[in-house]
Design a protein around this ligand. Structure first.
Ligand code: DON
Length: 566
């Protein structure tokens, strides 16, 4: 009898717990789930073109080329032909790699080109107009990826993109606001009016016939059209007429570079991320290795102790970033040491939960930080199991704001990512040293962190984000949200985020998203909290491989980002 009673009780408990789990599952916010393939990017038009390429039998690399170029039309705020980026990949057979199509300094660039005669930084010279432009890398990157890893003919990739430029893209409410916000800057950089000077409203359609023409020429003549052909000539003439220093030789000499990604483990995850000239992989590795010994899952998501441990690791990693990192073709970077366990546990040795470490004890400086999200990221997994993670940028919103109307695209202001003057912050409040000083043909240090995660030797996640200096910490939090805190991909990208970058010595938090009592406790421990400057930290896009091998897309609620797949 007692036995029977115990059996019935156990059965009852089982049903109650099933019901509870089902309730939890039902209330969990999930992104798009697909069985075969997925593209997640900043705009539905770009995700759809990528997904259609996959449906047609193309692979993730074909879709990368099409998505990258579509973003120049669907999301000209950051998508580009006149900028650059990075892509990390993992093929279905487990082979990994990455490509750097980062802009570089023109040959006529000099170390002090943004300083006045007193050695002071000249305001806006590295951010607005033709002097801010680095030699663009996007077309070289796309063609390099296609040649080495693509499978469809280039026509199949470029034709839908050209069609999109002709057909145009419907303005969203967020885009209307963005265009309005940046319109006062366009006349400062351009002699003539440009396409985005018009008062575009949500639901209007913006067409890009000039860009369609440029892409048609690129389709006809290939990569060299952009770097040596008519397009190159038009571009150089335009930049020079606007006071810039990029020459035809600069374009002709540009090459995208295949790089070995940074790889490291965190618990049972194997993380594959971008190596220098992006600081993303090294910094992410440093932070994750420094927090690995802590029990974040027990502390809880955005709990006092979790925020402290992560902040202190971030503080130390960004201090190293500032001093050691730059273009590996020009500076020697002690990567092995920087991500070595013993070195990193030494870095955290003075951390205590009792009191904030002061950044001035790690180094010194007093700077301002303004955050924004003017880069863009996309993740793709194809029906063969190949995965890519790519982040691309013009740097600032609409880059240098200089728009070549004849060619139909904006030019970057990536030169601002160099350290114009040691100790002086760039537009992301990041300070740099000699390792990131300007040298002709050198690539400027980046924070872009396109990342792929493996679990038990299998593909697990593709993730990345815009956000300047906050990119690294946004990618970090997304991985932790899934791995430590059991979130779905959609929950992980939507969750409120915070950020610390050594200097300025503040924790930036998305406003009204954190527990007030935790903020008070942090302040008591000596942390300074800033909830004002960053209404949004990062716009993360990612794809998670679920237990049944289907895919869940995470398209950040903060943008118009959309997952498309099948
Ligand atoms: O490469 C970098 O780190 C920057 N140029 C990225 C700029 C960015 O994310 C803009 N959005 N905030």
């Amino acid at each position: 009898m007692i036995k029977n009673f115990a059996y019935i009780l156990a059965l009852l408990c089982f049903f109650v717990s099933c019901k509870k789990n089902n309730d939890i599952k039902e209330t969990r916010k999930k992104g798009l789930i697909t069985q075969n393939a997925m593209v997640v990017s900043a705009r539905v038009e770009a995700s759809k073109i990528g997904s259609d390429i996959l449906k047609k039998g193309g692979n993730a690399f074909d879709a990368m080329c099409a998505t990258q170029l579509s973003l120049a039309i669907a999301y000209p705020y950051a998508g580009n032909l006149g900028g650059g980026g990075f892509m990390v990949y993992r093929k279905a057979n487990g082979n990994i790699g990455s490509i750097d199509f980062r802009e570089k300094a023109p040959m006529a660039a000099t170390k002090d080109m943004y300083l006045d005669e007193n050695g002071e930084v000249i305001p806006e010279k590295s951010t607005l107009g033709a002097m801010a432009v680095g030699v663009p890398g996007t077309i070289a990157g796309v063609f390099e990826v296609h040649e080495k890893l693509g499978s469809l003919p280039i026509e199949d990739i470029l034709k839908p993109v050209i069609a999109l430029a002709h057909k145009g893209v419907v303005v969203t409410e967020k885009q209307e606001k963005r265009i309005k916000h940046y319109q006062p800057f366009f006349p400062k950089a351009n002699k003539d009016s440009i396409i985005l000077d018009k008062l575009w409203k949500a639901n209007d359609t913006i067409k890009y016939p000039a860009l369609a023409k440029t892409l048609e020429r690129i389709l006809k003549h290939g990569r060299d059209e952009f770097y040596k052909g008519e397009t190159a000539k038009i571009l150089v003439k335009f930049i020079q007429e606007n006071g810039g220093i990029i020459t035809e030789e600069d374009l002709a000499r540009y090459k995208a570079q295949w790089r070995t990604p940074i790889t490291f483990t965190y618990d049972d995850l194997n993380i594959i991320s971008m190596s220098p000239p992006s600081s993303g992989g090294v910094c992410l590795a440093q932070i994750m290795k420094m927090i690995e010994p802590f029990h974040l899952d027990e502390y809880g998501h955005n709990s006092l102790k979790a925020i402290q441990a992560i902040t202190e690791a971030e503080r130390r990693a960004y201090a190293d970033r500032s001093f050691y990192l730059g273009d590996p073709d020009f500076v020697k970077i002690p990567i092995e040491t920087l991500i070595n366990d013993a070195y990193l546990s030494g870095r955290m040795a003075d951390f205590s939960f009792e009191k904030a470490t002061l950044s001035s004890d790690v180094s010194h400086g007093n700077i301002q930080i303004i955050e924004s999200n003017e880069t863009t990221h996309y993740s793709i997994i194809d029906q063969f199991g190949n995965a890519i993670s790519a982040t691309t940028t013009l740097n600032g919103a609409y880059g240098s704001k200089l728009y070549c109307s004849e060619l139909g695209f904006f030019l970057n202001n990536e030169m601002d990512d160099f350290s114009s003057k040691p100790g002086e912050p760039n537009m992301f409040g990041l300070i740099g040293a000699e390792a990131n000083s300007i040298i002709p043909e050198k690539r400027m240090l980046s924070s872009m962190t396109p990342t792929i995660v493996e679990k038990n030797g299998k593909l697990y996640m593709s993730v990345g984000t815009p956000g300047g200096a906050t990119i690294i910490t946004c990618v970090l939090q997304t991985i932790l949200n899934i791995h430590e805190f059991g979130m779905t991909m959609q929950e992980a990208v939507d969750a409120p985020r915070f950020h610390h970058q050594w200097l300025p010595d503040v924790i930036m938090m998305e406003p009204n998203s954190f527990d007030k009592s935790i903020i008070q406790q942090l302040e008591k421990l000596g942390y300074t909290i800033n909830e004002e400057d960053s209404p949004v930290i990062g716009i993360v896009d990612g794809i998670l491989v679920l237990d049944d091998n289907s895919y869940e897309g995470g398209a950040d609620r903060r943008g118009d980002d959309t997952a498309v797949g099948f």
